[in-house]
Design a binder for this molecule. Structure first.
Ligand code: ATP
Ligand code: MG
Length: 268
């Protein structure tokens, strides 16, 4: 894929985020309260693309597009290199638009120096995402950077592992984990910090049937809003909204059945 950001990238993103968040901890806690309130009132996140597009030099990765995202689940499909990951990276600010703008809850991602903290991102290759050797330390990493106390961190690490029935992973070495265990560990690391929205970039690639079912079940049960990029069409088959990208353009924005049918025409 494009350039999976590698181990250092999350560290850099997290580290930079922590520096700016540390300085603005009041803003952080206020934002968290707002997020919690919104969730309790059942209000999802409000993401808007306004003529937002991305070019890398002369190469157009994503043609400018305008749309809003507010529901609980959304799928993204399309051929390799069609712009799916680029689109998703615009949402958490890892990629800034070359034209137009993207806002998350009213905040322009171009004004954020780092990744948007309320958007958790599971990369295409989760092994590149786990940066510390022991799973529980990796989960604690983002929490430490956000200034939580030792007791709070311990409770949150235990809580997120328990949420996925993954307590046995706590002391495991990340490089020894199977593909499915790695996906779960990456989910724990990202969800521990409480993002309101989760982007999963091909969460079932490389998984066997059993681990695929595990990850599918986890996604189905997530109370967080989730955007799922996938080549595994069954994973998004029931979704009310699926975006289809083709050659950097939005080719369909429709219920799964319609978007998948159009995708099959394109791929034929
Ligand atoms: N940092 C970059 N520099 C140059 N070109 C890039 C960069 N990131 C993406 N691209 C190009 O933009 C296009 C879209 O890439 P993107 O990663 O969004 O595709 P994708 O739909 O996620 O593909 P895949 O299914 O293979 O993951 C591709 O042609 C890719 O080569
Ligand atoms: Mg991709």
């Amino acid at each position: 894929m494009w350039l999976d950001p590698g181990r250092g990238c999350r560290q850099a993103d997290e580290g930079q985020a922590a520096i700016s968040w540390g300085k603005a901890s009041k803003t952080y806690h206020a934002a968290k309260r707002l997020q919690r309130d919104r969730r309790m009132r059942g209000i999802g996140l409000d993401i808007r693309f306004e003529g937002a597009g991305v070019s890398f030099g002369a190469r157009v990765a994503l043609q400018p597009l305008t749309l809003g995202i507010s529901g609980k689940r959304m799928g993204i499909i399309g051929l390799n290199g069609s712009g799916k990951t680029t689109f998703a990276r615009l949402i958490n600010g890892l990629t800034k638009p070359s034209v137009g703008r993207v806002t998350v809850n009213g905040r322009d991602t171009s004004d954020e120096k780092t990744a948007v903290a309320d958007v958790g991102f599971i990369f295409q290759s989760p092994q590149n995402q786990i940066i510390l050797p022991i799973v529980k330390d990796d989960i604690a990493f983002g929490l430490k950077r956000r200034g939580f106390s030792k007791a709070e961190i311990e409770a949150k690490v235990e809580g997120v592992l328990a949420r996925f029935g993954a307590e046995a992973l706590a002391d495991r070495r990340a490089h020894e984990l199977s593909g499915g265990e790695l996906q779960v560990a990456a989910l724990c690391s990202v969800l521990a910090t409480g993002p309101g929205i989760l982007i999963l970039d091909e969460p079932t690639n490389q998984l066997d049937l059993k681990n695929r079912a595990l990850v599918e079940g986890i996604i189905a049960g997530l109370p967080e809003s989730a955007i799922i990029i996938t080549h595994d069409l069954e994973l998004i088959a029931g979704f009310e909204r699926v975006l289809l990208f083709h050659e950097g353009r939005l080719a369909a924005d429709a219920p799964a059945t319609e978007a998948i049918a159009r995708y099959k025409e394109i791929a034929a």
